[in-house]
Design a protein around this ligand. Structure first.
Ligand code: URA
Length: 191
């Protein structure tokens, strides 16, 4: 299916019944940020706060994500679009099932097609395994870059994983600096 406009896409997404997550959601968490952002960040799926508010990354992990982005002059208000692999909350915050990801991924692909970002940052293992490589090893491969269809892609630790294990912070700082370098190389705007 092709979505020619944001309005079509958002409406389809908000009415979606393609998987069982539709039965338990309070809100579809579509995405947030400027629709001409050159950088996209992609998480795995909404948690409880996100489900209740209808916005991605608004809990503790979201606060840390905002701090990580601010380090390199990015913010959801100004220049980064934030979305998830699945747009409805998996119960008890379990990992989204492959079937749920399959049902939902077309919406994310349509968002990427409309935004046409220069850089995609996967937040955590689930997003990296879905978008970069099925057997992506986040511990070993975070911070590495590859180019796919003209888009630069990398993965960083999920902010929730950093909250659980603060020893991931120094590596994440370096990964954010590497994203800043990549922005300077490939983005038109100076941040
Ligand atoms: N974790 C995610 O992966 N996405 C959110 O939106 C919130 C928490």
């Amino acid at each position: 299916m092709q979505y020619l406009s944001w309005e079509d896409l958002e409406q389809a997404c908000r009415n979606c019944q393609r998987c069982a997550l539709a039965d338990t959601r309070h809100n579809v968490v579509f995405g947030v940020g400027p629709r001409d952002a050159e950088v996209m960040c992609i998480g795995e799926g909404p948690g409880e706060n996100e489900d209740l508010q209808g916005l991605p990354f608004v809990g503790r992990a979201g606060q840390l994500l905002d701090e990580m982005l601010e380090l390199i002059d990015l913010s959801r208000e100004r220049n980064v679009y934030i979305a998830n692999i699945v747009k409805c909350r998996p119960p008890q915050n379990r990992d989204p099932l492959n079937t749920e990801q399959d049902a939902c991924i077309e919406y994310l692909r349509a968002q990427v097609a409309l935004i046409r970002p220069k850089i995609i940052v996967c937040l955590g293992r689930i997003a990296a395994c879905r978008l970069i490589r099925e057997d992506f090893r986040i511990t070993r491969e975070h911070g590495q870059w590859l180019q796919r269809s003209g888009v630069w892609m990398t993965a960083v630790f999920h902010p929730a994983a950093i909250l659980r294990d603060p020893s991931k912070r120094p590596d994440t700082f370096l990964d954010m600096k590497s994203i800043q370098d990549k922005i300077r190389q490939v983005c038109a705007h100076t941040y």
